[in-house]
Design a protein around this ligand. Structure first.
Ligand code: AGP
Length: 605
């Protein structure tokens, strides 16, 4: 995923482009660039590495010009270097792009056969040169429109023109594109966060739409180039407020925000006076739902896997879960009484969006559980349940995971109650247990120093195992994912009962093994799996909510979370694992908020 920005103004734009690119760096950060129209010349500046490198270039050689575009890159086609950095410019046109042009090789061959030369290895340069060719016979908007018809794949584009120095054209297919409005200045950006320091008045392009910006006016066109009007949304302050404040990293700020995250979900969905969950407008009548399919990627998938245990425990609904990139290629039997639920923080993950499209094509009911309510996945679902976690900047998802778990739990409770799978006493008790979670999270966060001590065990280790049974197994997966993506260390989440079927061979003297063992029906079995690991020299880091369990001499470290209820233990058991990954990354001097090779939302397949 990359980040794009464009500004048409009555004053020079390069500083604001740089500031917006800094806000977009969470979307991709292996190279950056901008282009402005400077005395009718396209003045392009690019760098490999972070936006601050680009800023240094601009300090040395300022870019003037009141119209410009900028880009931060997460490489898909072509290695991350200056040549492949965006914008990609010809003498007449400059383009920034987020997405993938799937037929770029074929189009490139056609252009090269006409003697047209390429400078880069990117798919984006194909767009630049196609528009340049088309401009010889068409005006800018028609040149872009004709070019888009030749493209296969996904894109959000920002385009400026040497001979038409007052306009920026934006276009969207599959990758998000927002438009912002201000006095004597208008903008395009990959998301509202990129525009937040300049405006809170936002519109969103739908797939197939184009826009033409000047400093005074914005026009929108549909996929047939017919003029359309777009709603202007006013982003509320908390939709756009995301600064680190006194925290060193966004990720830690977002870990610490989690009591509020869970509280926000509860206050959004639970009517405290009536002690009821006010989820009402189900797309399928609850009694008619015979199966729920939960679909997501990465951490979102782990929330689905966790929720599976809740739905099995509390409802009579058949529950299935799948990884989005697998689901979308399966030979599925779609049933109108199945509800397909898509979990996604960004609401832009390409695989999840594609899985949703597959369901829509098969006319089944869909729901999305997202953090970004104006996202593609939300806008394409029949029903949206936002997690209200506030913007999440850290690439490693933390508060969004707890938000997803909380909304999934609330949805599960509501369905169980309206379907009479649970009685009112159980319903009310589980709601009141949920309300204890925010304070319990605060207690976990207070013991951060114990986790810091644990972190040292990982630095020189060959790898690590995270073990759990039942609903602790997906938490083991999530803990391993956090450690991998933040510290670049090998880590494997595994069902504790499965170790003896092979992975036990990995255990050797001193290997750190995280054992997640809440006081539930699996506790004794997990302890015996732990003994198997101890007998082979594994170094145990024990995480439990069992007050009575004494930490015997073979356990190197222990971390206790409060015990509220077995169903809710996965939420609390996640906290030490998030903090552990954070502290190991710090010890390894990794970039906590922007881990290498990753991006906040993977809008490519
Ligand atoms: C989580 O820490 C990862 N960064 C990643 O696995 C993420 O959860 C996944 O890419 C799904 O993103 P989404 O929730 O925005 O769809």
């Amino acid at each position: 995923m990359c980040g794009i920005i464009g500004i048409a103004s009555n004053k020079p734009v390069s500083i604001n482009i740089i500031n917006s690119l800094k806000k977009l760096e969470y979307r991709g950060y292996d190279s950056a660039g901008l282009a402005t129209l400077d005395n009718d010349i396209i003045n392009e500046k690019k760098c490999s590495g972070r936006v601050e490198e680009l800023e240094k270039i601009l300090f040395k050689t300022p870019s003037n010009g009141n119209v410009g575009i900028g880009h931060v890159r997460w490489a898909t086609h072509g290695i991350p270097n200056v040549v492949n950095a965006h914008p990609h410019s010809s003498e007449q046109v400059s383009v920034v792009h987020n997405g993938i042009i799937e037929n770029s090789d074929e189009l490139k061959n056609e252009l090269e056969s006409k003697g047209i030369k390429f400078k880069s290895q990117t798919d984006t340069e194909v767009v630049t040169l196609l528009i340049t060719e088309s401009l010889k016979e068409n005006k800018p908007l028609n040149s872009v429109f004709k070019t888009l018809k030749k493209l296969k794949g996904s894109f959000a584009l920002g385009i400026i023109f040497k001979k038409f120095p007052n306009i920026i054209i934006g276009a969207r297919r599959g990758s998000p594109l927002a438009v912002g409005y201000s006095k004597k200045e208008n903008y395009i950006g990959s998301d509202s966060y990129a525009l937040k320091s300049m405006t809170n008045k936002i519109s969103y392009l739908d797939d197939g739409e184009l826009c033409v910006l000047t400093k005074d006016e914005v026009s929108f066109f549909d996929k047939n180039l017919k003029k359309v009007n777009k709603k202007i949304l006013t982003m509320s302050e908390n939709d756009v407020s995301a600064e680190k404040g006194e925290y060193k990293h966004f990720m830690f700020k977002e870990i610490v925000e989690q009591p509020d995250t869970v509280n926000n979900c509860i206050s959004e969905y639970v009517d405290s006076l009536k002690k009821n969950i006010n989820i009402l407008n189900f797309p399928i009548e609850p009694q008619k739902i015979n199966k729920i399919v939960l679909i997501g990627c990465g951490t979102a998938y782990n929330s689905c896997l966790t929720a599976k245990y809740w739905f099995e425990e509390l409802t009579s609904i058949d529950i299935e879960i799948d990884i989005a990139s697998e689901f979308r290629y399966r030979k599925l039997k779609f049933n109108p009484n199945n509800l397909y639920i898509f979990v996604s923080q960004s609401g832009e993950t390409a695989d999840t969006a594609a899985a949703l499209d597959l369901c829509k094509k098969n006319n089944v009911k869909t729901c999305s559980i997202v953090n970004v309510i104006e996202s593609t996945i939300a806008r394409n679902s029949d029903w949206v349940l936002p997690i209200h976690a506030g913007i999440e900047i850290g690439v490693a998802s933390t508060k969004a995971f707890l938000g997803q778990l909380t909304v999934l739990y609330i949805l599960c409770l509501k369905l169980a109650f309206v379907r009479k799978d649970i009685d009112e006493i159980t319903y009310i008790k589980n709601i009141s247990n949920l309300k204890k979670i925010p304070d319990a999270i605060k207690k976990c966060l207070k013991n951060e120093n114990e986790v810091q001590l644990m972190a040292k065990e990982f630095i020189s280790a060959k790898g690590s195992m995270f073990l759990g049974r039942g609903s602790s197994f997906p938490i083991a997966l999530e803990g391993a994912l956090k450690l991998k993506e933040l510290s670049y260390l090998h880590a494997e989440g595994y069902p504790a009962g499965e170790m003896k079927h092979g992975p036990l061979a990995l255990i050797e003297e001193g290997l750190p093994v995280i054992v997640i063992a809440p006081k539930d029906k699996y506790f004794e079995k997990t302890i015996s799996n732990m003994q198997e690991v101890i007998a082979r020299g594994g170094k145990i880091l024990f995480i439990t909510d069992n007050k009575k369990e004494s930490l015997n001499e073979n356990i190197r470290f222990g971390f206790r979370v409060p015990h509220i209820d077995n169903l809710l233990s996965p939420i609390l058991l996640t906290l030490p694992l998030q903090m552990l990954a954070y502290h190991v990354a710090l010890l390894k001097n990794c970039d906590v908020d922007k881990p290498r090779n990753l991006a906040k939302s993977v809008t490519v397949e």
